[in-house]
Design a protein around this ligand. Sequence first.
Ligand SMILES: Cc1cc2nc3c(=O)[nH]c(=O)nc-3n(C[C@H](O)[C@H](O)[C@H](O)COP(=O)(O)OP(=O)(O)OC[C@H]3O[C@@H](n4cnc5c(N)ncnc54)[C@H](O)[C@@H]3O)c2cc1C
Length: 421
Amino acid sequence: MMPTPHIVIVGGGAAGMFAAVNCAEMCPSCRVTVLEKGKRLLEKVKISGGGRCNVTHACFDVAELVKNYPRGQRELIAPFQHFQPRDTIAWFAQRGVRLKTEVDGRMFPTTDDSQTIIDCLVGAAQRAGVILRTQTALHAITPPTATHPTWQLSIGNPPATTTLTADIVLMATGSSTSSWQQIASLGHTIAPPIPSLFTLQIKDPRLTELAGVSVGQVELRLPDTKVKTQGALLVTHWGLSGPAVLRLSAFGAEYLHQKNYTTALIVNFLPHLSPTQLFADLQHLRTTQPKKNIAANTYQALPLRLWQRIVAYCGIADSTKWADLSNKTLQHLSVQLQQSSLPISGKSTFKEEFVSCGGVLLKELDFKTMESRVVPKLFLAGEVLHIDAVTGGFNFQAAWTTAYIAATAIQQKLNNATDIP
Ligand SMILES: Cc1cc2nc3c(=O)[nH]c(=O)nc-3n(C[C@H](O)[C@H](O)[C@H](O)COP(=O)(O)OP(=O)(O)OC[C@H]3O[C@@H](n4cnc5c(N)ncnc54)[C@H](O)[C@@H]3O)c2cc1C
């Protein structure tokens, strides 16, 4: 083993900084350097969660937790068994940062300020002796060979580049296309980046002038796929948003991209009722309130205006009474309530947290260590991987977890004297 093993972490974002602190704390005899091409470290943490940083999610059951990852669901099971939201909470608490849980499970620092997380990570890195080099981009990377047993990293601004050597390299470069190219040049395969977490553009008479109307619980489906989500729905000026849509955009990202964001969205406004129950209930209303105008009162706690749009869409005039409805019309109404097919015509960016999927293929990594299966002594963590999650703190959790696993494995690798020439 070299006298002072050198670990170079490329990328000073959430994954890179978390890995750096853990590497330096777990392996005090190592030199740990972070290379960050930007002026500042943790730029994305700063703007995350609307400036509050949604650090993680209060979901402590690994089987439930992984359901929030459209890509990475299976691979993250084992890593989460080692480092999950409970560990994130404890990790930050040990370094003086307390997190609080909001009603929907999202967790933020009690200060409601992302700077708290930045100060914690930068402070811990400095205390542990991590060398933090901002405005230092990695330009080229050469893996160890028999004649040059260390990594050669070309850094700095061309033509004034210098070469840094490293025993271990951890790439935590996020969704940077140029870094994906560098990683591809080492032999890895990169899934091309495509958007995830967006809202849907839909123009349809059933949604006319309903902007601002929300429905508590709907089920959304994409045709010819298994993609199905449940949650609240919000009608916007341009179409649909809300948790159910964002989740659908993440789980259906690849399909929607393939369809060029032009396909149908199947909406079930009453997912708690079976089709048979719904039809029987509508028949029951026809019998029990025959003289009432169908459009006068809402049905099953749906927003009144939405109910009226659906009724009108079925060709039922405003003045129609329940008694006037034939079984055929009731059937038509049931279909519109549970299988409305709305035309998606595009997507819009969701303002708070936008993420793209894409990155290093997961099968090319050992998830017990986060070490590359293609290039030894190369580790990967965070968004550089083909992992992404729905909104709610899950993306940072994946960054913390993969970084922690990598740091632990790097320390073990360095302890094993035979591994490093
Ligand atoms: C507006 C916004 C808000 C978000 N809010 C949340 C939230 O509240 N909760 C949540 O869980 N997720 C949130 N996310 C997602 C979350 O920010 C990312 O999942 C997370 O930052 C990924 O961390 P990372 O370290 O892998 O990548 P990054 O944070 O992107 O860090 C990668 C770093 O590598 C550097 N780099 C790249 N190439 C090189 C190179 N060649 N040389 C040197 N340095 C390089 C980059 O400059 C960057 O600093 C948000 C995303 C956005 C865009």
